[in-house]
Design a protein around this ligand. Structure first.
Ligand code: BGC
Length: 709
């Protein structure tokens, strides 16, 4: 096509019916009420209420969420684009977190795959399915770094590590945005809620904010995310939903973010109980001037800000900038041209195949004494526990339109592989009745192996689901002990949304499999792993402590001036428990084994602008094909600010045949070894860097290089 023709077509496209230039004239023609209306976002209850439709007609709503099904979004959109004065289309939002109806593993589980491509694929599929139901905007990915397993929302993110979290954040943004807009949330620091209590205050130093909590948001912004959601929490007294440093200085001025910021549910109104605003209008002024463009569910902007704009306490340019960000987003999404965005749903068989594959990758084998797993398909197997024949809980928290009827339970999955299965529920998830114990014990006695499926209900993690104890709830632990006492070998299959404290089980149960909440294909994926059709390759994206009192416990801590020394009482440790975790970050077993040898670095000295390649030979030294996640950690030995003992900087999934050896190269650009210096600016300082290559954050071969000025 000739250049002239190309430009002509582009011009015609842009001219119809709104273009970037037209947005200026659109804005110029808006009343103040209509402008504030674009900044207003309300939740429906499945369908828009008559009052909400009236708001749309009057131009007092910029978007709706929780409208379910295209048969419900279409009529409201029609009101917006045909009956409202300016005909501006609506955004339709929903929390599509890990699937729309086809539910994939919870994000924390999926992060265990250490496979950003898998996360991108599920986000793309979820976005496509959601789009076919009229949704054009999701409130995901949740990219909050979380280091306290008491906090239920740890389930919604990618765990404790900023590097893994950043890769997962970018992948999910890319995936969702092939079909719908994404929202990186919750900006920022929500995962640091004190004592793991949801909505609680946070105390995050500016350095830790930049080094730990902000990188996944930056990655989402760099991946082109359309919106960010401001968080509920305060940071050292400044609520995130009225925090100009976050939403203006860092996000817009430093990072150049051009999308829009939406508040969390009533987080604008919550500036009043936080104690930084004395009235609704003051709360609205604080949030809007800080850079929160869209007000979710408080109705403060639309109800209370007109007078402040009239009296110039809020400059019109602040309102106009926020409105323009929303209008530009609608233009970018193509809503002016195609407000209904009718999309075909992805094929169900493809969704299920993807769900099964990614669920298989998300499973982490924590313990496997004397190679109890994988199990032989012959013989009698007892399947026990409140989550074994359960089709609701594998959906996990935030499962939007997921339905129990679509779920394959673990029992069903096992029955597709094994002829003789004895099932006993044994107990509830959190009640105290032991009435089912006898049947469970009897089943175990008749079987060659007992599989116990224990853990949490889906709603025991997610929002407003903080826990102060992290053992198995109810009488599940006693059930486990009673079954183990039969002498029949026990496999513990865990279903949960956070690290659990597994004191007794870790010491006494020969095989432990962490499955998180795997979604619709939970049972098939679990059975694939239990019987060896899939060799587990998941690795923990979060540390599992030994006991509750160790929390918070994460791998990239600093060394302290008195690192733990068993022979010296006056060093940093506990007198009653080891300082090490039960299972470290990055840990996970396979049915085969991998040997590491011959670690080499491409250079002994390098400049801050160079890239170093670390090469290591990985050999499948076990008994079958398997996938290893080769992990590279770095330690900056001496710096002007104390650096963590290890930081993950690269990893690669490698599948090796039995006996196969391969050289794995991992590259690290030295500019990625920055930290926030004494002057609060990012810096890479000259000096020695240790490099660790290995299977998890606690093991590996070691080498070092010098960063030279
Ligand atoms: C949650 C957000 C969610 C919003 C809308 C809030 O309570 O904190 O993560 O996106 O509700 O459902």
């Amino acid at each position: 096509m000739s250049r002239v023709r190309h430009i002509l077509i582009l011009t015609i496209l842009l001219a119809a019916p709104a273009s970037a230039q037209n947005l200026d004239s659109l804005l110029a023609g808006m009343t103040l009420e209509e402008k504030l209306g674009q900044l207003n976002l309300l939740s429906a209850n499945g369908r828009a209420s008559p009052q909400q439709m009236q708001l749309v007609r009057a131009g007092k709503l910029g978007g709706l969420f929780n409208v379910i099904g295209a048969e419900n979004t279409t009529p409201v959109q029609r009101i917006a684009v045909t009956e409202s004065r300016l005909k501006i289309p609506l955004l339709f939002g929903l929390d599509v977190i890990h699937g729309y109806r086809a539910i994939f593993p919870i994000p924390l589980g999926e992060a265990s795959s250490f496979d950003p491509d898998a996360a991108e694929a599920t986000a793309r599929a979820a976005g496509q399915e959601a789009a076919s139901f009229g949704i054009n905007w999701t409130y995901a990915p949740m990219v909050d770094i979380a280091r306290d397993p008491r906090w239920g929302r740890i389930a919604e993110g990618s765990g404790e590590d900023p590097y893994l979290g950043s890769l997962m954040a970018a992948a999910r943004v890319r995936g969702f945005q092939q079909n719908i807009f994404a929202t990186a949330k919750h900006f920022a620091g929500y995962g640091a809620a004190e004592a793991g209590r949801d909505y609680n205050e946070t105390e995050i130093s500016p350095r830790t904010m930049r080094e730990v909590y902000l990188p996944p948001f930056k990655a989402a912004v760099d991946a082109g995310v359309a919106s960010l959601m401001s968080a509920f929490n305060d940071i050292a007294g400044v609520p995130a939903s009225g925090n100009a440093w976050l939403t203006d200085t860092v996000l817009r001025r430093e990072w150049g973010f051009t999308g829009f910021v939406v508040s969390d549910w009533t987080s604008v109104a919550e500036l009043i109980p936080h104690g930084v605003a004395g009235s609704r209008s003051e709360a609205g002024r604080r949030a809007l001037t800080a850079g929160v463009d869209m007000d979710m569910q408080s109705s403060i902007y639309v109800d209370s800000l007109a007078a402040l704009v009239g009296s110039n306490r809020i400059p019109m340019v602040v309102v106009d900038s926020a409105v323009m960000r929303i209008l530009r987003a609608k233009l970018r999404l193509g809503l002016f041209r195609d407000p209904y965005r009718a999309r075909a749903a992805p094929a169900n068989v493809e969704l299920r195949a993807l769900a099964r594959r990614v669920a298989g990758e998300s499973i982490v084998l924590l313990k496997n004494e004397r190679s109890l797993l994988p199990l032989d398909k012959a013989g009698t197997i007892a399947v026990i526990g409140p989550l074994a024949d359960n089709k609701e809980e594998p959906l996990g928290p935030w499962h939007t339109q997921g339905r129990a009827e679509d779920v394959v339970s673990v029992l069903q999955g096992i029955k597709t592989k094994v002829q003789t299965v004895l099932y006993a529920q044994g107990s509830g998830i959190d009640d105290t009745s032991k009435a089912g114990f006898a049947a469970a014990v009897a089943a175990a006695r008749q079987a060659k192996v007992a599989i116990l499926v224990l853990g949490e209900r889906g709603d025991m993690s997610g929002e407003a689901a903080s826990r102060s104890s992290l053992g198995l709830s109810g009488v599940q632990e006693q059930l486990l002990e009673a079954v183990a006492a039969t002498g029949t070998p026990v496999v513990l299959v865990l279903m949960n949304g956070r690290p659990l404290i597994l004191e007794w089980a870790s010491d006494h149960v020969p095989a432990i499999v962490e499955t998180w909440f795997l979604g619709v294909e939970a049972g098939n994926a679990t059975a694939d792993v239990l019987f060896g059709d899939v060799n587990p390759s998941g690795r923990l994206p979060v540390t599992f402590p030994r006991v509750l009192g160790q929390i918070p416990l994460y791998y990239d801590h600093r060394n302290t001036g008195r690192p733990p020394d068993p022979n010296n009482k006056y060093t940093s440790k506990y007198i009653d428990v080891p300082v090490t975790p039960r299972y470290p970050f990055g840990f996970g077993l396979s049915y085969t084994t991998f040997a590491y040898s011959d670690l080499r670095l491409s250079a002994a000295r390098a400049r801050a602008t160079d890239t170093i390649t670390a090469s290591v030979t990985v050999t499948n030294s076990g008994s079958r094909e398997g996938t290893e996640v080769v992990q590279l950690y770095v330690h900056d030995v001496v710096a002007s600010v104390a650096r963590p003992v290890r930081e993950l900087k690269a990893f690669r999934r490698v599948t090796l045949k039995l006996g196969e050896s391969r050289t794995v190269d991992l590259r690290v650009a030295l500019r990625d070894l920055w930290f926030i210096g004494l002057d609060m600016k990012p810096i890479v300082e000259p000096g020695t860097f240790r490099v660790y290559l290995g299977p998890n954050s606690a093991e590996g071969l070691e080498a070092s290089f010098e960063c030279i000025p």
